[in-house]
Design a protein around this ligand. Structure first.
Ligand code: RNT
Ligand code: ZN
Length: 419
């Protein structure tokens, strides 16, 4: 097996070299790009705070057996997934994954110590951490409004939560010597057409100003804001729309989070990155896959995923685009769901790294659009797989679909025993 892979890589490298592409350089650059894996795929966005169901206009469908029921199981499942994913990796946590050791506090009182076990976990596995305040699945979010709530007391609670989370993000970043992206997404919105579209947005702006007025190390914590088009129960109006956050991020130098499932179905995030980065310091991607109304299907090797990767690679945005996954599927094996989305994301980045950059640039610069199109199309069918297998081999993970055998064995041994 080993020899076949090597031969395949060697031959692929020769073909790419003939097209002016250096496969070693591509592998080296890919090895430095970290993708953040979202912990919430492992337990259907349940968290450990309570057994209250998920709300906030998002939903997980499916009842595939084996959902992680506690921190130990979730970490065990993450470990299993990590064994099958090549590349530098990060882990993305939500505030509802806090651990209390008996002394439970509400979300406005969270502290770094409630994430000590996660920090330890990340450190021992060489992972960076990212973080999210949780503005859903809580009694104070029951009327569908948090930072833009009409009640000043409720807004205050959520402002304090966000400030606490930024401090936790900074503590995570410092502990790991690797900055943490702390992303604010709120579910706020109306089911039906509002009379006043402005007031909730003015309240949200004011809440965000209060949250960001509190100094938190900008070295270890990077603030991001995430927009949305609609949610379940907020079909007609969402306070934190794209225009709202684009304006807020540009004005205040924040990271703009672009979730690929949060736009009209024919709108694409790949076309937004280069505009956002002319005005924002950095972008956070939530890579997901929209299907009709839903935005949270497992990430596949789609045209749009590949186009997003090309944008990052062509413009050398490696350090300005933070890549995270965001989907939740409870209808298939949850570990397979993680592994598939993560592998596809690295695959798309690698495919982009293997584009004949110099030739494409030359064709475009000389207005030879015939060559540009032909080169783009021809490069899609180059022997990419030989280079991908080599990347996996170097990271000591299965190169091909045999990773699924390991997932199935784990399902049999561990997941199927969970009630
Ligand atoms: C919801 C947003 C948000 C969440 C996670 C759990 O529509 O995409 O990012 O999915 O924070
Ligand atoms: Zn998202």
């Amino acid at each position: 097996m080993g020899k076949t892979y090597k031969d395949c890589f060697k031959r692929a490298s020769e073909r790419y070299a003939a097209a002016g592409v250096d496969t070693e350089a591509a592998l080296e650059r890919l090895g430095k790009i970290a993708v953040s894996m979202h912990c919430w795929q492992g337990d259907d966005v349940g968290g450990f705070e309570s057994d209250a169901g998920l709300d906030g206009g998002i939903a997980v469908t499916g009842s595939y057996p084996g959902r992680a029921r506690n921190p130990k199981e979730l970490r065990q499942d993450i470990d299993q997934a990590l064994k099958l994913i090549p590349g530098r990796k990060r882990l993305n946590l939500h505030a509802i994954y806090a651990e209390f050791d008996g002394k439970k506090v509400d979300r406005d009182k969270l502290e770094p110590k409630h994430f000590a076990k996660w920090i330890e976990f990340a450190k021992s596995r060489g992972l960076g951490l990212d973080f999210n305040p949780t503005f859903f699945s809580h009694p104070k979010a029951a009327d569908g409004f948090t930072l833009s709530n009409k009640s000043a007391a409720i807004r205050k609670f959520w402002i304090d939560h966000a400030i606490a989370c930024r401090k936790i993000g900074a503590a995570m970043g410092k502990a790991l010597q690797d900055p943490c992206v702390t992303n604010i997404w709120i579910p706020d919105g109306y089911k039906d057409v509002p009379y006043d579209r402005e007031a909730p947005r003015a309240r949200l702006k004011d809440s965000l100003d209060k949250i960001f007025a509190v100094p938190v190390s900008a070295k270890w914590n990077l603030d991001a804001v995430e927009s949305k088009l609609f949610g379940i129960g907020s079909e007609s109006y969402v306070t934190g729309s794209h225009e709202f956050y684009m304006g807020y991020a540009v004005k205040n130098g924040k990271l703009l989070c672009l979730d690929t499932g949060h736009f009209h179905p024919t709108e694409v995030v790949s076309d937004k990155i280069s505009s956002a980065l002319l005005f924002c310091p950095a972008v956070l991607l939530h890579v997901s896959r929209g299907v009709r109304w839903d935005s949270d299907h497992v990430v596949t090797f789609s045209d749009e995923l590949q186009e997003i990767a090309r944008e990052i690679i062509r413009h050398k945005y490696d350090s300005r685009v933070h890549i995270g996954l965001d989907y939740f599927d409870g209808s298939i094996n949850r570990i397979a769901s993680w592994v598939l989305g993560m592998r596809n994301t690295y695959k798309a980045l690698l495919a982009a790294l293997l584009e004949p950059e110099a030739k494409l640039k030359k064709a475009e610069d000389s207005s030879d659009y015939t060559s540009r199109l032909v080169l783009m199309e021809e490069s899609k069918c180059m022997p990419f797989i030989g280079v991908w297998e080599e990347f996996c081999r170097r990271w000591n993970v299965p190169a091909g679909p045999e990773w699924l055998d390991e997932v199935k064995a784990y399902e049999k041994k561990v997941l199927s025993r969970r009630g």
